[in-house]
Design a protein around this ligand. Structure first.
Ligand SMILES: NC(=O)C1=CN([C@@H]2O[C@H](COP(=O)(O)OP(=O)(O)OC[C@H]3O[C@@H](n4cnc5c(N)ncnc54)[C@H](O)[C@@H]3O)[C@@H](O)[C@H]2O)[C@H](O)CC1
Ligand SMILES: [K+]
Length: 510
């Protein structure tokens, strides 16, 4: 476990901090250390001699900002301070007094503020406990309208540390220096528009203190390149054969949605899976053969509407002969019997798209209770609400945890920051992605990719949730790479499939 992986709530951060202080670290010394690290980063990013406005709050977030103000002042920047509060915490008050003694201009009223080139936001950190009210709310809105870049200390002031909710109003930062450990709120979709580029400032929190507060099993963690790459089935053993590298059955497509089946197949192809079988309605079989010549395309009898009516597997094959099944993209809701059939099979199973809508109709929790093997559900927000209509959703991390605990499935809740939970409530968050992936067909690619990985890894020690997290990371990295080369508008789902292997080449370089 690395500190980059850990995600904490405000209460957990406070407990960790409390242990450090109880062990003898003076509060003021830690403050100096943290703020010096922030100053060093700022000095690397802001040219010397700039006009810098520092927004100072009543607590230790404000204290961090005051130390930064002092450091920037001494290196020759033109610093001013906005501090509109009447009551400050003691250490904050001392630093404020010292800043004044240095002749740094300090203002209480918005109207008096001079212009500046950069703003540093130290109004509130993880101590924000209620909605921001006037006059601070108006001040924040005002700063958001300035065109100067804003650097937020710990988190943009106004964001709830755990849920990422906006408490009244919140700073819209261009850059956020998250202190010590990643705060959960910074990895929630609703906060993203306020965070800008986020960076962790490591100030040497001892691992022992992290474990003492969070336990041996870290319950909420970030997916990192290192953990994702470690789960890939690379390198292959020197002696192997195609069936040893997994046999994936995809069940997807309809006359109406043939493209979804192709994209799912291309996602699976990129996974390197040993054998790929794709069950589709008979009428689209030739199309699939032409796009995926290496796959075994199984043409199935179809309904009048062009959905798969019945799975017709080749002789001597039944569902249990596959290493994994992925079912759903492009199926339409007319394929209910097929979904029931795969749910009854003893094979690791991914359900996506229409299979999720069908599962919701069947009744999510009682239906999944029949499952003997592992199940993965990959809903987006709309599908999640249909599957779990009674679950509160303000905190996506809690929502995904509860859904996994209730169903015994691994749940991947799609979003700008996709969250994955296993049935024990351990959550992985994919912390890097791109809005370029918000496009039809992108989810189909993920399902195929994940299915192919699951099939290859099904018999190994790796857990299902590690495979799901790895697929999510790989998929979004392909989006990031494609967007870097082709812009965020250039990442259609087919193009995305072409970038999957490139991700491995980029990350495997020495
Ligand atoms: N994590 C660490 O180990 C370190 C954290 N540091 C910094 O300290 C802040 C947290 O400091 P704290 O004093 O606990 O809280 P805040 O600065 O966020 O502010 C709390 C302050 O504000 C009052 N308050 C709360 N809500 C409101 C509101 N809506 N309106 C007005 N006032 C409000 C509250 O009563 C308190 O007085 C952390 O984020 C880091 O930036 C240090 O760097 C040391 C290491
Ligand atoms: K802040």
């Amino acid at each position: 476990m690395t500190k980059e992986q850990v995600i904490v709530t405000a209460a957990q951060m406070r407990d960790i901090e409390g242990r450090i202080f109880a062990a003898g670290m003076p509060v003021a010394a830690l403050m100096e250390k943290v703020a010096r690290l922030i100053s060093d980063r700022l000095q690397a990013m802001i040219p010397q001699g700039q006009r810098v406005g520092i927004l100072v709050g009543p607590g230790h977030n404000g204290c961090d900002a005051l130390v930064v103000a002092r450091e920037l002042h001494f290196r020759g920047d033109q610093v001013w301070i906005y501090q509109p509060f009447t009551k400050l915490k003691e250490l904050t008050s001392q630093h404020f007094q010292y800043a004044q003694s240095l002749g740094i201009p300090c203002y209480q009223k918005l109207e008096e503020l001079p212009s500046c080139d950069f703003l540093i936001d130290g109004l509130f950190g993880f101590g924000l406990e209620r909605e921001i009210t006037e006059p601070i709310a108006s001040a924040i809105n005002h700063f958001n309208e300035w065109n100067q870049p804003i650097f937020s200390i710990d988190l943009p002031s106004g964001l709830h540390t755990d849920t990422g909710e906006i408490l009244g109003t919140a700073i819209r930062a261009n850059h956020t220096f998250c202190l010590g450990l990643w705060k959960q709120g910074l990895l929630q979709d609703q906060a993203l528009a306020h965070i800008g580029k986020a960076e962790l400032i490591d100030f040497d929190i001892p691992l022992a203190d992290i474990h003492a507060v969070l336990g041996d099993v870290i319950k909420v963690k970030r997916i990192t390149a290192k953990t994702a790459l470690a789960t890939l089935p690379l390198p292959r053993p020197p002696v192997t054969h195609k069936y040893k590298e997994g046999h994936l059955l995809l069940i997807c497509g309809s006359r109406r949605y043939a493209g979804g089946a192709i994209l799912t197949g291309l996602g699976a192809r990129a996974s390197g899976v040993g054998m790929l079988s794709i069950a589709v309605p008979e009428s689209i079989k030739p199309l699939l053969v032409s796009h995926l010549p290496e796959a075994l395309i199984i043409g199935c009898p179809e309904t009048e509407t062009g959905a798969i009516a019945q799975l017709q597997l080749p002789d001597n094959t039944d569902l249990s002969s596959f290493s994994a099944i992925a079912c759903g993209p492009g199926l339409t809701k007319d394929a209910m019997p097929i979904v029931q059939q795969v749910i009854a099979s003893p094979v690791p199973l991914i359900l996506d798209a229409d299979a999720l809508n069908i599962l919701a109709q069947l009744g999510t929790i009682p239906t999944l209770q029949q499952r003997q093997a592992a199940t993965v559900l990959t809903p987006h927000t709309g599908e999640f609400h249909r599957l779990f209509p009674d679950l509160p959703y303000t905190n996506r991390v809690n929502a995904v945890q509860t859904s996994a605990e209730q169903t015994g499935a691994v749940i991947l809740l799609k979003g700008a920051r996709t969250a994955i939970s296993n049935p024990q409530g351990v959550v992985w968050i994919n912390s890097e992605s791109t809005p370029a992936l918000a496009r039809g067909g992108s989810g189909d690619v993920l399902t195929g990719l994940m299915g192919g990985l699951l099939a290859q890894i099904a018999n190994q020690q790796t857990t299902i949730e590690d495979v799901v997290a790895t697929a999510a990371w790989w998929h979004s990295q392909a989006g990031i790479l494609a967007a870097a080369e082709r812009t965020e508008l250039g990442v259609d789902a087919f193009t995305l499939t072409q970038y999957l292997i490139k991700v491995l080449l980029v990350w495997n370089q020495p």
